[in-house]
Design a protein around this ligand. Structure first.
Ligand code: FMN
Length: 221
């Protein structure tokens, strides 16, 4: 009996080894070591890799606001990002108020009437998103805040949401006197400066991936 069990175990091991870590294979689905291989990842079995490869900047959104719970999850993932000496040199403001978005958008529309008139899909200056997440950095802590931002974008992606990291609206808000009320309303602490805004919402487009330059990567052996 013991011999039979040993033979069966050996056969199972050989079967498992003979299976490749490829798309849809049982091994790829069940074996965490297998999931770490490139073949498995590239074929979309690894959920983190899948989210990273599927994320695109979204510039058209459905009007449906994002559920509060989802926004909470997104920022929790954000602040779980690493930061130098765990200083967490960021402050985050999640804007759920449509009124505030509309108010600052009115200023944008007045200042950019021609551009807005040319865009039939224009809803607002935040690439038409129903919600935005504003990120301020302390002492130019751009690197830490960048990591925070990517965590939030990938969390949103995994929740079926789209995002777009926005620098343009920040430049507009800082340079237009009528828009500066918006920064006051966000109420960041002394020493913190708004550096980017994330548009968040349910995507109403699925743009193709923009090309990436693989020549920028070199493996040194
Ligand atoms: C720091 C930063 C600022 C950006 N600012 C804008 C912006 O103002 N408006 C915009 O439409 N997209 C903006 N983007 C999005 C980029 O255009 C986009 O990430 C890039 O084209 C690659 O496309 P993908 O995100 O779909 O892969 C910004 C991205 C980053 C990281």
């Amino acid at each position: 009996m013991r011999k039979i069990i040993l033979t069966l175990a050996a056969a199972a091991a050989v079967f498992s080894l003979s299976q490749s870590c490829s798309n849809g294979s049982e091994k790829c689905k069940n074996d965490t070591n297998c999931q770490k291989t490139e073949q498995c990842c590239l074929n979309g079995e690894n959920q983190v890799v899948k989210a990273m490869m599927a994320r695109r900047s979204i510039r058209k959104y459905k009007d449906t606001p994002v559920e509060h719970e989802k926004l909470e999850t997104i920022v929790k993932c954000g602040i779980n990002a690493p930061s130098g000496m765990n200083k967490q040199p960021w402050e985050i403001r999640v804007v759920e108020s449509q009124e505030l978005i509309n108010q600052v958008n009115e200023v944008y529309k007045n200042a950019n009437a021609e551009t807005v008139a040319k865009d039939p899909d224009f809803k607002n200056m935040f690439r038409n998103a129903p919600n935005i997440i504003c990120v301020a950095a302390e002492n130019n802590a751009g690197l830490d805040c960048g990591l925070l931002g990517e965590n939030m974008m990938l969390a949103a992606q995994s929740l079926g949401l789209g995002t777009c990291c926005l620098g343009g609206p920040v430049r507009f808000i800082k340079s237009n006197d009528n828009a500066k009320f918006f920064i006051d309303k966000l109420g960041f602490s002394e020493g913190y400066e708004l550096i980017y805004i994330l548009a968040v919402g349910y995507p109403d487009e699925s743009p193709a991936a923009k090309p990436r330059d693989e020549n920028k990567v070199k493996f040194i052996n």
